[in-house]
Design a protein around this ligand. Structure first.
Ligand code: ADP
Length: 170
């Protein structure tokens, strides 16, 4: 319930343009370590493999809003685990050197149920869930991706989703 409430609050803050981002330096290695502990808790007893990969040349100190970054990654990994029954969920951390500094690139890939092409455009708008009938097993209110996308945009980044039904989502 806490997660649902904070998602609704964040979504309305983002929509009203009142969300402010912090700019502080943070240690990406400790962020990744903390996230791994949280991923393990999300996975609980599911028989899927969790793979975390980080570019060995990743600079240690990055500049940005670390709390929001965690939020984005947790939303994506939460979905990946929720909609995958077998196979794996892999999370990759890479970067690109740009004139303004380091551009962090995060990839979350799963071998789960995938998303039909006609649903892909709708799921990032908010309050949309694929197959939102009574047979649906996943929880949530359909805001995770909309929040992730809006936060990434506010950070000057982009989020792309590729998916094939029955094959998985990246
Ligand atoms: P929530 O997870 O709270 O329902 P999201 O915005 O995070 O909301 O996701 C919206 C919908 O998109 C999900 O309910 C699900 O139907 C679909 N979806 C999101 N991520 C995945 C994924 N990795 N694999 C399959 N379906 C997904």
């Amino acid at each position: 319930l806490m997660a649902v409430v904070s998602n609704i609050l964040d979504f309305s803050e983002l929509q009203s343009g009142k969300m402010e981002l912090e700019e502080e330096s943070y240690n990406i290695t400790s962020t990744i370590n903390d996230l791994i502990t949280m991923f393990q808790a999300l996975k609980s007893d599911k028989r899927i493999e969790l793979i975390v990969d980080c570019d060995a040349n990743m600079p240690n100190l990055l500049l940005g809003d670390e709390k929001k970054l965690r939020r984005i990654i947790m939303n994506l990994v939460d979905n990946a685990i929720k909609f995958t029954e077998e196979g794996c969920v892999s999370i990759g951390f890479g970067f690109r050197k740009e004139s303004y500094g380091i551009n962090l690139q995060v990839t979350v890939k799963d071998t789960g149920i995938g998303i039909a092409e006609e649903s892909l455009a709708k799921i990032c708008t908010g309050f949309h869930q694929v197959d939102a009938g009574t047979k649906r097993s996943g929880s949530g209110v359909g805001l995770g991706l909309a929040i992730a996308r809006a936060l990434i945009r506010k950070m000057g980044g982009t989020m792309t989703i590729k998916s094939r039904q029955g094959k998985g989502t990246t």
